[in-house]
Design a protein around this ligand. Structure first.
Ligand code: FEO
Length: 389
């Protein structure tokens, strides 16, 4: 175990081989599952556990470090990448009580069938003493499930935020190096996991600032001694402000939609506004989500397949509806052969996206010069609107 602060140790594991999370999110570097052991003058506590395939590694770490008893296992969140070892741990350490909030207890019982008597539930701001250390619990629902909470060691001012402020980042040391690479990992993680809960994130950034921790320990990625590094990033990502940037995800079977997407992009770029074209055949969901964190507008370009939009465009529309980017403007470019419901299907998949819808341009076959002039007009409208932001 690695000492982080006064009798507070890291006992988590890196998992760089993991390629995908929740069978959904690509992990370019894998991830870490951070678990922590705290030794108070009277009691001990383990903060969060580990992903089930790595249970043996956690048990070995505890054994090697002569951990004979655990009084409390704090479950800040029920998702199994942190709670997966609970059934084994409560068997191995029968004296241990699981400390969590009522919502998380309900989920843990449903997931693991753990005996109800094993739990101690805590209210928001309730404390538990370890002797010379006090654990204070802050309910923080929706970062990332409705059950999440933070645990604060008051005397040492160390805050355990579980998923919040995390990163699927396995490079380097246990402590954050504040590098550009870490910023990218943290942004990708925010985009994929936290962005749907942007307003909750804003609220919890304020909570973290109120607590004034000396150290923030998320359950994925490095630990922050310089807490302002990650808080400043979150302030910018969660603010209502957007970057003067247009994202153009496209999928084009015979280049018609691509031709329109390219014309739009070239026209917008001349104004100095950034444009990111993303080929949906080659770009992973995480990269697109990351671009959507701060983009001012999205123009989705797609071919028709049979009587509807290409499934890769359907996927992106559905994804946008899930992660709710703060973009201000949205439009569709498309091409069809014999008809179908392109616009209706895509827009119907995005009821939660609040962006202003601009005029869509859907053409039969290859766009004519007249069609491309309509694209120029859309580009001019976007430039004007984005410049005015
Ligand atoms: Fe890292 Fe929501 O679990």
């Amino acid at each position: 175990m690695e000492l982080l602060a006064n009798n507070i140790f890291y006992c988590g594991e890196k998992h760089p081989q993991r390629a995908i999370f929740d069978q959904l999110i690509p992990l370019p570097q894998g991830t870490t599952y951070n678990s922590f052991f705290i030794i108070g003058s009277e009691k001990t506590a383990l903060i969060d556990t580990i992903y089930p395939p790595l249970i043996d590694e956690l048990l070995e770490t505890l054994q090697k470090n002569n951990v004979k008893t655990i009084d409390y296992i704090v479950a800040n969140h029920g998702e199994q990448d942190h709670s997966g070892a609970l059934p084994v741990l409560v068997e191995r350490f029968p004296e241990a009580k699981i400390v969590t909030n009522p919502k998380c207890k309900e989920l843990l019982i449903a997931e693991h069938h753990i005996d109800e008597n094993k739990f101690i539930t805590v209210a928001d701001k309730e404390t538990i003493s370890l002797g010379d250390k006090t654990l204070e619990f802050h309910h923080a629902p929706w970062v990332h499930w409705p059950d999440t909470m933070f645990t604060f060691v008051k005397e040492d001012k160390v805050l355990f935020t579980c998923d919040f402020l995390g990163a699927h980042h396995t490079q380097g040391d246990i402590f954050a190096d504040n590098s550009k690479e870490l910023e990218i990992s943290a942004k990708r993680y925010y985009a994929e996991i936290m962005m749907p809960y942007r307003n909750f994130c804003k609220k919890y950034v304020c909570l973290v600032e109120e607590l004034k921790p000396n150290m923030v320990c998320p359950s994925h990625g490095p630990i922050y001694k310089d807490v302002s590094f990650i808080l400043n990033l979150y302030k910018s990502w969660t603010s209502d402000d957007v970057v003067k940037k247009v994202v153009v995800p496209y999928v084009s079977m015979y280049n018609s939609s691509y031709e329109m997407a390219k014309r739009l992009s070239e026209c917008i770029k001349k104004s100095g506004i950034e444009v990111v074209m993303a080929d949906l055949v080659e770009t992973d969901e995480g990269e697109i989500a990351m671009e959507l964190v701060d983009a001012a507008a999205v123009v989705l370009a797609c071919s028709m397949v049979l009587a509807g939009p290409h499934p890769k465009a359907v996927y992106v529309a559905y994804l946008m509806n899930l992660i709710k980017p703060k973009m201000k403007y949205f439009a569709i470019l498309g091409s069809y052969g014999w008809g179908g419901r392109l616009v209706e299907t895509i827009e119907g998949l995005m009821p939660m996206v609040r962006a202003e819808k601009l005029e869509n341009i859907v053409v039969k076959g290859k766009p004519t010069e007249e069609d491309l002039q309509k694209v120029d007009k859309l580009a001019d409208e976007l430039i004007e609107k984005i410049q005015a932001l």
